[in-house]
Design a protein around this ligand. Structure first.
Ligand code: UGA
Length: 343
């Protein structure tokens, strides 16, 4: 099988490439702006990488959509701080550029696995979000945070319609706060624009305060990347077309945890880490209001728990890595990076 991964150097793309090359005989064709997360993958004879930009290198992309069996367009801005700072950039990249890819999959009759997001459920009040019944609840237009959710939701709807009307073979996946090594970077965290786990780890490494936005009562169901990749592999294999035309929440409801609890867990793990047990000082945990942390056009999501009934029944998938283990592995990987001098 030939798999095209756009955004192959990203968090999901790099882990997925690694898994494909380790567990299968498939070939990967990948494009990204850089290759810093592809150590151990670059150089493999079944990995074909080109440095490029999806908004520029369109001929390469079209040629490879024709050539490959399945397409994963993973290029997107996915950090809330950027939704506020550059909403049009989010729309142009996450929506417009990806729409071109979707249309080419329709044109060349190729299977697409598209990353939707847990964010499409927005402020849904359901205790556990269901793919086919939960309502998708967004805030007012002036709250630009929702432009990401809205862009992704519209693409979900467009892909669904192409499936119904033009026979597009698709699966929509909704990752719920996947975490692990290489999630964002400590560099972006220095500017305050990483997702929360990396942000907190960076605060610990640089002995900066850990900021609980609005007190940290919000919760997320953190999911370890290896579990997420297990599900994506089943979806790529798509035995008996089980995943075709389906939407799957890929998250770990058992790992639901408040941001405040997350901060304390990471602080405790950092303090007991052999390399930091004897540090002179540690980060303090402080509270800041959302308007001053993100800007006025931010709005938070307070609860976000996936129902994973569908993924269990159809894919036979269940996440296995508990929260403490997932956080330890993620922290350890970042600390190793720092000790190698890449932090
Ligand atoms: C994320 C991103 O939108 C996407 O990466 C993705 O589609 C989706 O959710 C997902 O991964 O499932 P969110 O969970 O809000 O959204 O992003 P984080 O930046 O990780 O924030 C999580 C929570 O921590 C928020 O409530 C935020 O206010 C809080 N936070 C963040 C803090 O309290 N302190 C910080 O320093 C950073």
């Amino acid at each position: 099988m030939k798999v095209l991964i756009l955004g192959v150097n990203g968090f999901i793309g790099s882990h997925l490439s690694h898994r494909i090359l380790t567990d299968t005989d498939w070939e990967v064709y990948g494009m990204d702006l850089g290759d810093n997360k592809l150590t151990g993958v670059i150089g493999n004879s079944r990995f074909n990488f080109i440095e490029g930009d999806i908004s520029i290198n369109k001929e390469w992309i079209e040629y490879h959509i024709k050539k490959c069996d399945v397409v994963l367009p993973l290029v997107a801005i996915a950090t809330p701080k950027t939704y506020i700072e550059d909403p049009l950039g989010v729309f142009e990249l996450d929506f417009e550029e990806n729409l071109n890819i979707v249309r080419q999959c329709v044109k060349y009759n190729k299977r697409i696995i598209f990353p939707s997001t847990s964010e499409v459920y927005g402020m849904c009040a359901d205790q556990a979000f269901e793919e086919d019944t939960s309502h998708l609840i967004l805030g007012p237009i002036r709250k630009q945070r929702w432009i990401y959710s809205c862009s992704k939701q519209l693409l979900d709807r467009v892909i669904w319609a192409y499936g119904e009307r033009h026979g597009l073979d698709f699966t929509l996946i909704r990752p719920f706060n996947w975490i692990g090594p290489r999630l964002d970077s400590l560099e972006t965290a220095k500017e305050g624009s990483s997702r929360v786990v990396t942000q907190f780890i960076a605060s610990l490494v640089f002995t900066q305060p850990i900021v609980l936005v609005d007190g940290g009562r919000q919760s997320r169901s953190f999911t370890y990347i290896d579990d997420g990749i297990d599900a994506v592999m089943k979806i790529i294999r798509n035995e008996n077309s089980i995943a075709t035309g389906q939407i799957f929440n890929l998250g770990n409801p058992a790992n639901n945890c408040s941001i405040e609890e997350l901060a304390h867990k990471l602080l405790d793990m950092f303090k007991s880490h052999p390399a930091h047990r004897l540090d002179d000082a540690y980060s303090e945990i402080i509270i800041q209001d959302a308007d001053s942390f993100y800007g006025e056009s931010y709005q938070d999501i307070y609860t976000r728990v996936p129902s994973i009934k569908k993924a269990k029944e159809i894919l036979g998938w269940e996440p296995r890595v508990g929260l403490d283990d997932a956080l330890k592995k993620t922290l350890e990987a970042f600390l190793e990076e720092v000790s190698r001098g890449n932090g």
